[in-house]
Unconditional design. Structure first.
Length: 370
C-alpha cells in the first residue's frame, strides 16, 4: 500500500516541478528534490539523502531571499500607510517600481489564493518566512531513514514534515506522512502513537468526523428488520478509498483493546469504503448496473478478476466477515447474522464463503441451544 502511495507522490512531485520551473522562487530546491526522488526510485539512497538535504538548504536560501526582498519593499512609510490589504500594497509597490516584490506577491497569491492570506500582506509575509521549511524533503529523508532501519530519525523528520504540512504542495500528502508514522509506531509497538496517526488519517478523509453518519450506521446495525444487510449498502456511502487500510488497522487496535463499538464503526467504514469504490467501478463498466442487493452486487463483482484481486489486497472480505463477530460483541442481533448469511450464500471468494457458512452454522447451533 505504501509503495503505491510513494509512487503516486513521485509522479505528482514531477508534475508540480514543471510548475515551479516557471518561476524563480523555488526553482533550485524543486530541482534538487526531483533529483533526490529519482535517485530514491533507483534505490541510490545515499545520493538521494544528499540531494534531499541540499533541497532543504536551497529552500531556506530561497525563502530568506524572498522574505528579505518583500520586507525591504513594504517597510517604507509610504507603503505601510496604505494598510495591510494586499491589493492596496500592490498598487503602491507598482508606483514605487518594486517589481521583484510584486512578482513574489503575485506568485504566492496565485499559488495559494488571496483568501488563504485573508488578503493580508502581513500574513503573506509570515507565510514566506515559514516557507523555509520543506515538508516534502523531510518526508523523503524520513523514508530513507525508515528503509535503513533508523526509526527514531525517521520519526523526527516525519514529525517535522507533519508540523509543516500546511506548506505541502499537495495537502492530501499529509496522509502519506501519517501512514508511515503509523507503520513505524506499529513496528515499535507504540499503540497510542499508531492509533493517533491513524485517527488523523481517518479525520482527514472518509467522513469519520460525521457524527450523524456514525449514529445512523449504529442505528441501522441495531435494527431487526428483514434483510437489513442489503438495505445497509443502499443507505450509506463513504468515498475514501486511499485510507481503507487505516480503518482496517484501527479496527484491529480497538478490537484488541475491547473497544467494540469503535472497532465496529471502523470496520463498517472500511467495508463501506470498499463497497463505495467497487460499486462506482461497476457503474462505470456497466451502463445498466444499479445496486439493488448484495446478491446482485457479488454476482457482478465476480465477473472482474482485477476487482476480485483488489478485494483481497485491501482485506474487503475479512472486514465484511468481521462485521458479524464485532457486531455480536456490541449486542447487535439481526444485522450481524444477515451479513454472515449474505457472505455464506453469495460471496464470490470461495475461502470466505466457506468460512461464513461455517460461522453461520455455529451461530444457528448456539441459537438452538439457548
Amino acid at each position: 500500500m505504501i509503495k503505491k502511495h510513494l509512487t503516486f507522490i513521485t509522479l505528482l512531485i514531477n508534475s508540480l516541478f514543471i510548475f515551479a520551473m516557471e518561476n524563480n522562487f523555488s526553482k533550485e530546491s524543486w530541482q534538487y528534490l526531483m533529483n533526490a526522488e529519482r535517485e530514491f526510485d533507483k534505490k541510490n539512497y545515499s545520493l538521494s539523502m544528499r540531494l534531499a538535504q541540499d533541497a532543504v538548504s536551497k529552500r531556506i536560501e530561497e525563502s530568506e531571499t524572498n522574505f528579505t526582498i518583500l520586507t525591504n519593499a513594504i517597510t517604507p512609510y509610504q507603503v505601510r500607510k496604505v494598510g495591510d490589504n494586499i491589493n492596496d500594497v500592490l498598487d503602491i509597490l507598482k508606483e514605487r517600481q518594486e517589481y521583484d516584490a510584486i512578482k513574489i506577491i503575485n506568485f504566492y497569491t496565485t499559488k495559494m489564493g488571496y483568501e488563504y492570506f485573508s488578503s493580508s500582506i502581513k500574513k503573506l509575509s509570515e507565510y514566506i518566512s515559514n516557507y523555509r521549511e520543506y515538508p516534502e524533503a523531510y518526508f523523503l529523508i524520513a523514508k530513507i531513514y525508515h528503509i535503513e532501519g533508523e526509526f527514531d530519525m525517521a520519526l523526527t523528520y516525519l514529525e517535522k514534515a507533519r508540523a509543516n504540512s500546511f506548506l505541502l504542495e499537495i495537502p492530501q500528502n499529509e496522509n502519506d506522512i501519517l501512514f508511515l508514522m503509523s507503520e513505524i509506531a506499529e513496528y515499535k509497538k507504540d499503540i497510542p502513537m499508531q492509533e493517533k496517526a491513524l485517527i488523523l488519517i481517518a479525520r482527514n478523509s472518509g467522513d469519520f468526523q460525521n457524527e450523524i453518519l456514525k449514529k445512523a450506521i449504529i442505528r441501522t446495525s441495531k435494527s431487526t428488520k428483514d434483510d437489513n444487510s442489503s438495505r445497509f449498502f443502499k443507505l450509506y456511502r463513504v468515498d475514501a478509498v486511499s485510507c481503507v487500510n487505516s480503518y482496517n488497522k484501527l479496527s484491529h487496535i480497538y478490537l484488541d483493546s475491547k473497544k467494540y463499538e469503535d472497532a465496529y464503526l471502523t470496520s463498517a467504514y472500511s467495508v463501506l469504503i470498499c463497497f463505495t469504490h467497487l460499486n462506482s467501478l461497476l457503474e462505470e463498466r456497466e451502463s445498466d448496473y444499479v445496486y439493488s442487493d448484495l446478491k446482485g452486487f457479488f454476482r457482478e463483482l465476480a465477473r472482474y478478476p482485477d476487482m476480485m484481486k483488489w478485494c483481497n489486497d485491501v482485506n474487503f472480505w475479512e472486514s465484511f466477515y468481521n462485521l458479524c463477530d464485532i457486531g455480536l460483541k456490541c449486542g447487535y442481533t439481526r444485522f450481524p447474522k444477515d451479513i454472515i448469511k449474505s457472505l455464506s450464500e453469495f460471496c464470490p471468494e470461495n475461502y470466505w464463503k466457506l468460512a461464513a457458512s461455517k460461522r453461520l452454522k455455529e451461530l444457528n447451533s448456539l441459537s438452538e441451544n439457548q
